[in-house]
Design a protein around this ligand. Structure first.
Ligand code: C2E
Ligand code: MG
Ligand code: MG
Length: 395
């Protein structure tokens, strides 16, 4: 087995030595870099398994390196070390993850060597290509053909009220089972669709399929809503509101039943066009939801300027709300912003009862997550709806 490679990026010479010796004890061959330039040149020529990064590298150089890593041939697992408090380290970890990078953990300074060794020993052996590498190896032509041939389908995940567990809506999530690649998750094929200009075709395919299934369910549950994800990159097509109206008319579904979820993590390329399109969608009575709230760059600004009607608290805050002391404070803040702006609020990624209880206690009334139901195939969701209707009738 070839030895795994680790790069330590830190401007303090002693720290570089300490990390390198801990790395050797955890079975890594270590290189070091004292500056951003040196680190960029290293990751450009060597495919590292792990990068240990000091966030306090001059100015924002530590963060700058994250962006460079996305474009480099390396796809390492990251470990952050920093004298900043836990909150700053967590923010950096979230930023890295939103860029598609993997994070093994964060450590404070002064660092405990035994903790670093334990963390490095837990870094899994690379089993095939990493996340970024997998995205790069999906051929856009194969994805285009998959959309064309109907290989992409929708799964539907319920949104429920937290107090009564009543189903109030579903979110359509794209699924791709390729005959050659097997099951490919959206975290891999959505970025490929976005980079290769296929995202609009994918969106229209998902919207048509989701509306067709939803139409039948509305008979049983007329108040429920259908949410469909919209890439921020699609917010440049000024004909989008008309096309959405056409799709709704074709499926005979009222506009007020549709929620378009726009992820806030990505940057909107053209803010004027985005505001134009979103406003016209709202005028047509389509609801707009800001997805993964709290991970983006300009969340509050977007909220105030754009006509969103719903806000989805990102899973990372929900998941950590019992363990991370900062998470409940953030959720409480988001609840209060949502209330002041008159927005509906959804907590996503609820996996356990204690988390559901805590999130409800913090003021969130609607939830989505594996605790209630995973994303389900259309037929399974129909069964779920019938069971739900029977429960409601028995109440
Ligand atoms: P999202 O819109 O925030 O969707 C929620 C994701 O969380 C889904 O992942 C869902 O399966 C997952 N999830 C739901 N409950 C839980 C839970 O309790 N725990 C955990 N750990 N995860 C949970 P999925 O289906 O893999 O989709 C990932 C992302 O891909 C979506 O995040 C969305 O941003 C994007 N995506 C999916 N379908 C589409 C699509 O049709 N168009 C676009 N533009 N993006 C899509
Ligand atoms: Mg969503
Ligand atoms: Mg989300």
């Amino acid at each position: 087995m070839t030895e795994r490679r680790l790069l330590v990026v830190d401007d303090e010479a002693v720290q570089r030595l300490v990390v390198a010796s801990a790395a050797a004890r955890a079975g890594f061959a270590a290189d070091s870099a004292a500056t951003l330039e040196a680190a960029v040149s290293r990751v450009g020529s060597v495919a590292y398994d792990v990068v240990v990064l000091d966030l306090g590298l001059r100015k924002n150089d530590g963060i700058e390196l994250l962006r460079r890593l996305c474009d480099s041939k390396s796809d390492p697992v990251l470990v952050f070390i920093s004298a900043f408090d836990e909150r700053v380290r967590q923010a950096a970890a979230r930023l890295a993850m939103s860029l598609g990078l993997r994070v093994a953990g964060t450590l404070g300074k002064p660092m405990r060597v035994d903790e670093l060794i334990a963390l490095l020993r837990r870094v899994p052996q690379a089993a095939g290509p990493g996340h970024l590498e997998q995205i790069r190896t999906i051929d856009p032509d194969i994805l285009a053909a998959a959309i064309e041939h109907g290989e992409l389908t929708c799964a539907f995940q319920p949104k429920v009220t937290l107090n009564g567990r009543h189903l109030i809506g579903v979110e359509a999530l794209a699924r791709w089972r390729s005959p050659t690649l097997g099951h490919v998750p959206p975290s891999l094929f959505i970025p490929v669709a976005e980079r290769s200009g296929l995202i609009d075709r994918l969106t229209w395919h998902v919207l048509d399929e989701a509306l067709a299934a939803f139409r039948a369910w509305r008979m049983a549950s007329p108040d429920m809503t259908l949410a469909v994800n919209l890439s921020p990159l699609s917010l440049t097509d000024l004909s989008l509101p008309e096309r959405v109206s056409d799709a709704l008319a074709k499926a005979d579904v009222p506009a007020a039943a549709l929620v378009l979820e726009v992820t806030e993590g990505a940057v909107m390329t053209d803010c004027v066009a985005a505001a134009d399109i979103l406003t016209r969608l709202r005028i047509r009575d389509v609801k707009l939801s800001i997805d993964d709230f709290g991970t983006g760059h300009s969340s509050l600004l977007s909220l105030m300027r754009l006509p969103f009607s719903e806000l989805k608290i990102d899973q990372s805050f929900v998941r950590d709300c019992l363990d991370d002391p900062e998470a409940p404070k953030i959720i409480r803040g988001i609840v209060s912003v949502a209330r002041d702006l008159g927005l509906k609020l959804v907590a996503e990624g609820i996996e356990t009862e204690p988390v559901a209880t805590q999130v409800e206690k913090l003021g969130c009334l609607v939830g989505q997550g594996y605790l209630f139901a995973p994303p389900l195939a259309a037929t399974a969701l129909y069964e779920h709806l019938r069971a739900n209707a029977a429960d409601d009738a028995a109440d």
